[in-house]
Design a protein around this ligand. Structure first.
Ligand SMILES: NC(=O)c1ccc[n+]([C@@H]2O[C@H](COP(=O)([O-])OP(=O)(O)OC[C@H]3O[C@@H](n4cnc5c(N)ncnc54)[C@H](O)[C@@H]3O)[C@@H](O)[C@H]2O)c1
Ligand SMILES: O=C(O)CC[C@@H](O)C(=O)O
Length: 388
């Protein structure tokens, strides 16, 4: 039986894949968990039990998960790349329009009118006029699953689009419309864009990405859209730029105490991926990845360990090993297997950054606690698990 802890509301389209005979689901209590499924719940202060094997983030961003700590403890962190990209793309369209047309302020105003509404609407509406987006330039920072969809959408809306992503993958580059101008200079993007839309992860390097300096490089009167993460934009710097009229508006999916009810700021309560389609796609994807890991040791879409899968071979025992990516690990592992006369039927070893992963199918010997402990005692080994 595997214990699964859920944080946040996870779509049943995902949870229903956990077979009731093999999985017990408990919301919020992680003390005995083999796996966690969560959305935006912040895990940085959560004590990670020794039972924990994997964390599945039903979404794209993993900044709410202590990924490095998980790697050190041999906990595989999964996410759902692209599974909510369309939902966020559509929300970016809304944000793009909301940054231009003052619908948010207009709606607040109209709902507070007191009598003779039709007359007052026609008299007062001019204060909410805003420019059309067709023909304007959209700058897309980050051309991953969401950024590519947003860039291509901009072209379809009749905008000029300039995209920046120094780490763009070949797969994403292929999906990018030929009409998108790819730039290797952020300054060029800031210099040309009437609308800047952020689609990058929040990691140490991107914290405060839109600081005073980068905001000052934006065209006068440009608009900023942040559907990615709050920590990417410095609140004080963007509020100052709006106050001074250098930036026309800021639409964010990540409200803070400082941003709400401020002129020129539209706050959306983190709704980018809140569609049934995105929630179901994400939950289905990560639950199946988690099941395949717990039951077969296969890894798909992990952010801290390499993708690694192996078909099961009948009559073998499967051992999975998580280790530091240092020399001679395979030699040390196979030395233990040969000592016990184990026949390695299949073996796959993959590495990602500082960590590596092995799936080893053996025959010819039983696997017991003593042998597992011997493997665990090898220097550099983080975790060993029998997956029978
Ligand atoms: N508002 C929401 O509900 C919501 C939903 C999904 C994702 N997100 C956020 O959007 C982000 C992007 O999601 P995605 O699915 O497109 O992820 P992704 O990993 O597919 O794409 C991110 C892209 O950013 C690029 N990048 C990284 N650092 C960069 C930098 N300094 N400059 C330019 N490009 C850089 C990467 O190369 C990658 O192509 C996520 O990390 C998450 O924080 C928000
Ligand atoms: O779970 C959510 O609602 C938001 C997910 C989103 O922020 C993501 O990074 O995928």
């Amino acid at each position: 039986m595997f214990n699964i802890t859920t944080f946040n509301k996870i779509s049943n389209e995902g949870l229903k894949h956990f077979d009731k005979d093999s999985y017990s689901l408990t919301p919020d209590d992680i003390s005995n968990a083999d796996g966690v499924v969560l959305r935006s719940y912040k895990m940085h202060d959560t004590v990670l039990p020794d039972t924990l094997k994997a964390i599945a983030r039903a979404g794209a961003g993993t900044n709410n998960v202590p990924v490095e700590k998980c790697s050190e403890k041999g906990i595989v962190v999964f996410n759902a790349p692209g599974a909510n990209a369309n939902g966020v793309k559509e929300m970016t369209l809304l944000a793009l329009l909301a940054s231009s047309r003052k619908v948010n302020d207009g709606i607040k105003w109209v709902n507070n009118l007191d009598g003779d509404v039709e007359k007052q609407v026609e008299k007062g509406k001019s204060q909410f006029a805003g420019p059309e987006i067709m023909g304007k330039t959209l700058g897309v920072v980050g051309l991953g699953a969401i950024g590519v969809l947003v860039a291509n959408m901009g072209i379809k809306l009749g905008m000029k689009v300039i995209g920046y992503d120094p780490y763009i993958s070949v797969q994403k580059a292929i999906g990018l419309s030929w009409d998108v101008k790819y730039s290797s200079s952020l300054d060029e993007l800031f210099g040309q864009a009437d609308y800047v839309s952020l689609h990058i992860p929040l990691v140490d390097k991107t914290k405060g990405f839109m600081d005073e300096e980068n905001i000052s490089k934006m065209k006068k009167g440009a608009r900023l859209i942040n559907m990615s993460r709050g920590g990417l934009v410095n609140d004080a710097a963007i509020l100052k730029a709006i106050d001074e009229g250098r930036v026309s508006s800021f639409v964010t999916d990540f409200p803070t105490d400082d941003l709400i009810n401020k002129n020129g700021v539209v706050c959306i309560p983190h709704l980018g991926a809140s569609t049934p389609e995105s929630e179901e796609n994400c939950a289905r994807m990560v639950v199946n990845q988690l099941i395949d890991y717990l039951e077969n040791g296969n890894i798909t879409n992990s952010v801290n360990f390499p993708n690694c899968s192996l078909e099961r071979t009948e009559g073998t025992h499967r051992i999975v090993v998580l280790n530091k990516n240092v020399p001679n690990m395979i030699g040390s592992l196979t030395a233990v297997f040969s000592k016990y006369n184990a026949n390695i039927i299949e073996m796959v070893n993959k590495s990602k950054g500082d960590y590596a992963y092995n799936i080893i199918d053996i025959a010819g010997t039983e696997v017991n606690e003593e042998k597992i402990e011997e493997l665990k005692s090898i220097d550099g080994i983080i975790k060993v698990r029998l997956v029978d």
